[in-house]
Design a protein around this ligand. Sequence first.
Ligand SMILES: N[C@@H](CCC(=O)N[C@@H](CS)C(=O)NCC(=O)O)C(=O)O
Length: 201
Amino acid sequence: MVTLYDSRLSGNGWKLRLLLSFLNRPYTRQILNLAEGAAGTPEFLRLNPLARVPVLVLDDGTPLIESNAILMYLAQGTRWFPSEPLAATRVTQWLFFEQYDHLKYFARPRFLVSIAKQQEQYADEIVYLRQIGQKALVALEAQLQQTPFLTGPDCTIADIALFPYTSMAEMGGYALQPFPALREWIARVQALPGFVPLIPQ
Ligand SMILES: N[C@@H](CCC(=O)N[C@@H](CS)C(=O)NCC(=O)O)C(=O)O
């Protein structure tokens, strides 16, 4: 069975727990306390020298890092990652978008505002991050005005990659009210069979 190294509130880990659940694939979850430096131990650094979660360790001990790469690995050969070249490229395009244009601009404000509660101390940085993140919301809304999911009628790992930090955007001070198609998409993903919340109930 695969082992997922995760933290309690990691949106990147949540991506993988969503896909594992949609695939109905059993796994063991190891929850690290990042605030206590659990990702910086010599044992963990052997799994990921970048000292970050998530890491997925395969049955034979091989560690996989980078959430979207792990999504691609797990979803290969399933309907969550189409194999036809153009469809696969459309999915991959959103995975790169998530890492370059999205992740930091949502994860960091969420952390500063709602987890570390350092909004005042980092006010300028938060304003800067939100200015860029806002463009990502506009891009997502434009696509979702046209298709129910990011690459068409079906949910793929593109949606799974973008879902966690977009759905938690308000924790970082973003307003989702002006983005109706995006809010409908969030509800659509939440309604999928096998959906799991960030914090399991
Ligand atoms: N690009 C990486 C980002 C992973 C990441 O930022 N993980 C966060 C938790 S969500 C982390 O471990 N942060 C601890 C740190 O950077 O010190 C991915 O998509 O997996």
